[in-house]
Structure formats: structure tokens, C-alpha cells
Design a protein around this ligand. Structure first.
Ligand SMILES: Cc1cc2nc3c(=O)[nH]c(=O)nc-3n(C[C@H](O)[C@H](O)[C@H](O)COP(=O)(O)O)c2cc1C
Length: 229
């Protein structure tokens, strides 16, 4: 179990009263469920991708907690199609060089913009956070497993990491870009060309405040069919 220090017990007065009466009725399981549901909803709403991080590194234990959260994601046929590669220290520099070399090759074929600046930016990208977790979807190994569903499961595992990171006070950022689809990057990571890099999850501590998110109202995105109430 990973800890939920931030929101546990963060009920308002009305809810506390409800909690009290539920406890006096001996119905503590119900209130425990309500608390956890509340915590998840708040965390979902508060989570933001945070692009600027301090140099302070999360601990190995914190990274392991994120990874554990990832492994609880839904996955069809229970194939657990994820693989994670944790990059820190010089590994970020080495992969950054591979990414820069790949970009240089692409730009040599099709030059545009300030080539040198673009290559330099690519080389140092992974240094924006002290740790980067590469989340990978494996190719299906059974005939009944669909490739897209493996990718979907790994996307869900990435969201689990982002939500756990939010609870733990970490900053996380889901990035992809051309490097995620680059065969040289996959090769350096020891992946097969058919594996999919679903995310580079940058992890650290926030160096900026979170902006509010105002999603399009769900009514604009939802069709209700056969709903009676
Ligand atoms: C598949 C995927 C790929 C993404 N790749 C990038 C990326 O390469 N660079 C980036 O800045 N953000 C990337 N993001 C993060 C989105 O930009 C971010 O989720 C969006 O701006 C909404 O911000 P929020 O998550 O804080 O609400 C990616 C998100 C997803 C789901």
C-alpha cells in the first residue's frame, strides 16, 4: 500500500458528522469507502502535468511506489503488458545523445529552423527532471490479445503513476515526441522495434505552481441513450 497523506481525513464538517453517525452505527466500512472515493476524485481534479521541476531527486522508494501504482492498472486478458525503464543520472545524458543523433539524422534529410539549437534542446531534454520513467507496451504474445488494448492498458498505468505522484506531492509530466517512436531510442533502451513507448514520465518536485484546469463541460462530450430518470 502506498500512503495517502495529503487528503486522508480531509472531510468537511457535514461529512465529519456523517462519519460520526456511521461509526456509531458500526458502519465504518462504508465511510472508509466514501473517504477513499473522495480522495481519488480530488486527486484526479488536482493532477496537472508539471513541466518545471527542481533538481531534487525523488527517493528510490517513491519511484517504486509510482511503479507499484502502475501495475494496478486494468489490462485485458491479465497480460500486464507494461515494462518500465527508470532513467536517472548519466542514463539521461546517454539517451539524450541518442535522441539528439536521431534528430540530427532526421534534420539532415529535411532541414528546417535553427538546426543546432533544436539538436541541443533534444540532447538536454531528459535533464529537465531528475528521473524519467519510460513506460512501454509490449507486443501481444497471444493471438487473442489486441495490440491497441496493450497500449491502452499501459496508458492507464501511466495515469495511475501520475495520480499516485499527485498524492505524494511529486511533479510528473507525460511526454512523448518523435523520440518515443524512434528505432534508435528503442534499441538503446533494449526494446524491440515492435514495442511501443507510451510515455516518458518525467518525475521530480514542482518548481512552478499549478494552473487551474477548465475542461469542456462533460455535457458537450456525452450522449445519453435510454436513460430514464
Ligand atoms: C499521449 C500523450 C502524450 C503527451 N506528450 C506530451 C509531450 O510530448 N509534451 C508535452 O509537453 N506534453 C505532453 N503530454 C501532456 C499534455 O500536454 C497534457 O496532458 C495536457 O496539456 C493537459 O495538461 P494536464 O494533464 O495538466 O491537464 C502528453 C499527454 C499524452 C496523454
Amino acid at each position: 500500500m502506498f500512503p495517502y497523506p495529503k487528503y486522508f481525513g480531509k472531510l468537511n464538517y457535514e461529512e465529519s458528522c456523517k462519519e460520526e453517525s456511521l461509526h456509531s452505527n458500526g458502519n465504518s466500512n462504508i465511510i472508509r469507502q466514501a473517504k477513499e472515493a473522495m480522495s481519488v476524485f480530488e486527486t484526479i481534479k488536482q493532477r496537472r502535468n508539471i513541466g518545471k521541476m527542481t533538481a531534487q531527486s525523488p527517493t528510490r522508494q517513491q519511484i517504486e511506489q509510482l511503479l507499484e501504482a502502475a501495475t494496478h492498472a486494468p489490462n485485458h486478458h491479465k497480460v500486464e503488458p507494461w515494462k518500465f525503464i527508470v532513467l536517472a543520472g548519466n542514463a539521461r545524458i546517454e539517451l539524450g545523445q541518442v535522441m539528439a543523433d536521431s534528430l540530427a539524422r532526421r534534420l539532415a534529410e529535411n532541414p528546417s529552423g535553427n538546426v543546432e539549437a533544436m539538436i541541443d534542446k533534444e540532447r538536454t531534454k531528459l535533464l529537465r527532471s531528475p528521473v524519467v520513467i519510460v513506460a512501454v507496451a509490449e507486443q501481444p504474445r497471444q493471438a487473442n490479445v489486441l495490440e491497441i488494448e496493450n497500449i491502452e492498458a499501459v496508458a492507464a498505468s501511466v495515469e495511475n503513476m501520475l495520480l499516485a505522484g499527485e498524492e505524494m506531492g511529486l511533479a510528473c509530466m507525460w511526454r512523448t515526441g518523435d523520440a518515443a517512436y524512434d528505432p534508435h531510442v528503442k534499441h538503446w533502451l533494449g526494446l524491440s522495434p515492435a514495442d511501443h513507448i507510451v510515455a516518458f514520465v518525467y518525475v521530480g518536485f514542482p518548481a512552478i505552481l499549478k494552473l487551474e484546469r477548465h475542461p469542456t463541460p462533460v455535457a458537450n462530450k456525452t450522449t445519453w441513450l435510454g436513460w430514464q430518470a
